[in-house]
Design a protein around this ligand. Structure first.
Ligand code: TIU
Length: 227
C-alpha cells in the first residue's frame, strides 16, 4: 500500500515496492578541503550539513531493505571519458586528472573519489561512477533500475543545482517520480539550493516533489504502526 509523505507541491504517494534512494556524489572531492570542489574556489564546509541527513535516509532505507544507489562523479585514469570541454573549464589551477591533496582530482579509485566514511556504501548497494553531472549519461543505470522495477526515486546528495538537479531532471524525463529531501542536499551557494528546490516543485511539480526529512520519517514510522 502506498505511503503518503508530506511534500510540496502536494503529498508524495510512496510505493514501497517500487522506490529506491539515490545518493548523489557524497564523495570527498566535493566535501573535503583539497578536492575538486575546493579547487573550483568553493567553501566546501557548506556541504557538511547534508552528511547527517543522508545518514538518516540511509538508515530508513536499509532498515526496510529498500534499494540504495550511490553515485560518484568520476573519470577513468586515462581521461578517455572526460571531454576537453569539461577538463579545460573552471577556475585556474588544478584540473580534473591533476595531482591534488587527495590524489588525482575526480579520478576513479583515488582517495578523493571515495564516498565520505559516514555514508560508505554497504554490501548489496549499487555504486555508479558517472562521467557527467547527470546519473544516466554513460552509466547504464536506467536499464538496471528498469530490471529492478523501480519507478520512484528519493534524491539526496550534492550539489543541489548541479549533479542532483541534472540527475533529477533526467530521471523525470525517463518517467520516474522524483522526491528530493531538502536537508539531505546542499550547495556551495545557499541561494542556488533554495532556487533549485523552487524550480523543481513549481508549476505543479514540473520536475518532482520536495519534502523535509522529518515528514518522511514520520510517515514511514506510522506505516510500521499500521502494519
Ligand atoms: N561544482 C559543483 O557544484 N558540482 C559538481 O561539479 N558536481 C556535482 O554536483 N556532483
Amino acid at each position: 500500500m502506498a505511503i503518503s509523505v508530506p511534500a510540496r507541491p502536494y503529498d508524495f504517494s510512496l510505493d514501497p515496492r517500487s522506490v529506491a534512494l539515490v545518493v548523489i556524489d557524497m564523495q570527498r572531492d566535493f566535501i573535503e578541503p583539497g578536492g575538486f570542489g575546493a579547487v573550483l574556489g568553493n567553501d566546501v564546509s557548506r556541504l557538511l550539513p547534508a552528511i547527517p541527513a543522508v545518514a538518516r535516509l540511509l538508515e530508513l532505507f536499509r532498515a526496510r531493505g529498500w534499494p540504495v544507489i550511490h553515485t560518484r562523479e568520476a573519470h577513468r585514469p586515462d581521461l578517455s571519458d572526460c571531454p576537453p570541454a569539461k577538463r579545460l573549464r573552471g577556475a585556474p589551477g588544478l584540473r580534473i586528472g591533476d595531482d591534488g591533496a587527495m590524489g588525482r582530482i575526480l579520478i576513479a579509485g583515488e582517495p578523493g573519489n571515495q564516498i565520505v566514511p559516514e555514508l560508505a556504501p554497504v554490501k548489496g548497494e549499487i555504486e555508479i561512477d558517472k562521467p557527467g553531472k547527470g546519473m544516466f549519461w554513460a552509466t547504464g543505470l536506467h536499464e538496471r533500475l528498469q530490471e529492478m522495477g523501480i519507478t520512484q526515486l528519493v534524491f539526496a546528495g550534492v550539489t543541489t543545482e548541479v549533479c542532483v538537479q541534472t540527475s533529477m531532471r533526467e530521471a523525470n524525463d525517463r518517467g520516474y517520480e522524483c522526491l528530493l529531501i531538502e536537508e539531505a542536499t546542499e550547495s556551495y551557494f545557499p541561494e542556488f539550493k533554495a532556487a533549485a528546490i523552487e524550480m523543481i516543485v513549481a508549476q505543479g511539480g514540473i520536475v518532482g516533489w520536495a519534502a523535509g526529512i522529518a515528514g518522511l520519517e514520520q510517515a514511514l514510522s506510522e506505516e510500521v504502526a499500521h502494519a
